[in-house]
Design a protein around this ligand. Sequence first.
Ligand code: ATP
Ligand code: MG
Length: 269
Amino acid sequence: MSDFCIETEGLTRVFGALVAVDRIEVRVPRGCFYGFLGPNGAGKSTTIKMLTGLLKPTAGRARILGLDLERDLLEIKRRIGVVPEGLHLFERLTGREFLTFVGRMYGMDRATVATRTNELIALMDLDEKQDALIVDYSHGMRKKIALSAALIHDPEIYFLDEPFEGVDAVASKQIRDVLQTLVRKRATVFLTSHILEIVERLCTHIGIIQKGRLVAQGSIEELRGGAGRGAAAPPGEAGAPTVPQTLEEVFLSFVQEQGVPEHRLSWLD
Ligand SMILES: Nc1ncnc2c1ncn2[C@@H]1O[C@H](COP(=O)(O)OP(=O)(O)OP(=O)(O)O)[C@@H](O)[C@H]1O
Ligand SMILES: [Mg+2]
């Protein structure tokens, strides 16, 4: 069996004339913490939607946990947890009802679902709102209930689209701790985030997508050393002598290869 628990070949998604994801070859080692980075509109959410069966690829293939995405989608869905871009919550359920519904949907027995629901509600500090309808939750509370739903069945891979966006500092720390525990227990986390400080603290591996092309992939150390550049990188750039230190510098060095155009606001001059 492959050492990669997520592996894509030429994965592509086209919307009309736009190639949102362009023949990407993602390789995620089992048990790693993979940060999928890229500017707004680069194709991160589209990729996550394809890998989790929410959106059909236009071309290409993917294997998740050694299973074929197209042929074995149901089995894959049982073994992954997802926080998608749009959250997709049942607004007319309470938080507690929603978690109970999700747990039962995964075939878990009532007692286990009840125990895990209680623990997740406490962990996410949602006690006060557990019996309120989700439609009345704040943005951060919706994020926390969506994350709880992704955790409840103890999946092997977590696909999390911007899990920290809009979440307060206390919850963010708790979520980070939980995710690190999961990875220590050999689960794999695949997340997108624009908060590079958090990604730097958590992730062991990084993929950088820009305009639909995977421009870099590898362990953080490899990317710091200038390795891992994809086919889309300009020739002659591999192994560039300057060694970026922070993840932000690494990220910017990949997405701003062509130089940064200077934009100004005329009324501020
Ligand atoms: N359903 C759709 N129909 C048409 N175009 C789409 C659709 N979904 C996404 N796109 C386009 O595909 C491109 C990639 O979008 P995507 O949401 O994957 O970006 P992203 O990397 O997640 O960005 P962000 O950081 O802003 O969340 C964008 O140009 C977007 O406008
Ligand atoms: Mg997105």
